[in-house]
Design a binder for this molecule. Structure first.
Ligand code: COA
Length: 233
């Protein structure tokens, strides 16, 4: 019990530190490095002020529209909706939404972490929206995030959910050591606000139009092995 509490406190405290505090402090960052040690990008946690940056809001809206088919909620993105979502995400204590910048300060994508409980973290909402500065940027980015998670919480279990047709995302997660642990059939439903949502099928019937969700999992042992195999010191 004591060690679980410690893990939870470590994770929650790490999330809190990474999200930064209000005021004049510059937002915290995490470097993305290649196995040879060269820094290739910077991860910066979203702050509430980002919702007032029109260029950032425009890029994120465009990217969500472009990659809609890879996500479980489908809707018509607008800049106002993106702004509202960014405000919510920036203050959600259970999530860190990282913006990915090149060393020259160009926004190229994003990637989020969600803490579910005392041991479980989910990697979520990854998008590479612009030309990356190096090959394999998103794999290096995932390494930076996973290293941070497991350094803060060696007992953590990290999960990733993705649609079966998302081969590039599957490859990215495989490269950092994730393994498939479950599949779930999903069917489209329509929410009150008109959003289309893919939800688990509960009636036991399988329809050929159903989508399939893959759940992958990673623990620290598998992660450090994969990191070693990737050539990181
Ligand atoms: C999942 C994802 C982050 C993985 O990124 P990735 O590992 O770079 O894989 P991709 O297959 O997309 O990239 C293939 C190549 O095209 C390049 N590329 C990808 N997006 C690009 C863009 N917007 N502009 C220019 N080049 C791009 C990449 O650099 C990569 O080249 P590399 O192999 O030399 O590194 C990325 O495919 C993506 O953003 N997909 C759409 C959103 C998505 O599915 N998110 C996950 C939801 S679960």
């Amino acid at each position: 019990m004591e060690s679980l509490t410690l893990v939870m406190n470590n994770l929650r405290a790490a999330f809190e530190n990474m999200k930064g505090s209000e005021g004049d402090d510059p937002p915290p960052t995490l470097p993305v490095v290649m196995p040879n040690g060269s820094a290739v990008a910077i991860l910066r946690a979203l702050v509430p002020e980002d919702a007032d940056n029109p260029d950032l809001v425009r890029d994120l809206t465009d990217w969500r529209r472009q990659f809609m088919d890879y996500f479980l909620s489908r809707f018509s993105p607008t800049e106002v909706r993106t702004q509202n979502r960014l405000r919510e995400l920036s203050v959600d204590a259970n999530r860190i939404f990282f913006l990915i910048y090149t060393q020259d300060g160009e926004l190229v994508g994003h990637y989020a972490l969600i803490v579910h409980d005392e041991k479980t973290v989910e990697v979520d909402n990854s998008i590479l929206g612009a030309r990356p500065p190096v090959r394999g940027l998103m794999v290096h980015t995932e390494h930076a995030l996973l290293q941070w998670v497991f350094q803060n919480s060696p007992d953590a279990r990290v999960i990733a959910n993705l649609l079966q047709h998302n081969v590039t995302c599957f490859m990215m997660h495989r490269a950092t050591g994730f393994s498939l642990v479950a599949t779930t059939n999903l069917r489209e439903t329509v929410a009150d606000n008109g959003d289309r949502l893919l939800r688990p099928v509960t009636d036991g019937n399988v329809d050929e139009k159903d989508a399939c969700l893959l759940t992958l999992e990673l623990d620290s042992r598998a992660y450090w092995l994969a990191r070693n195999e990737a050539g990181y010191p």
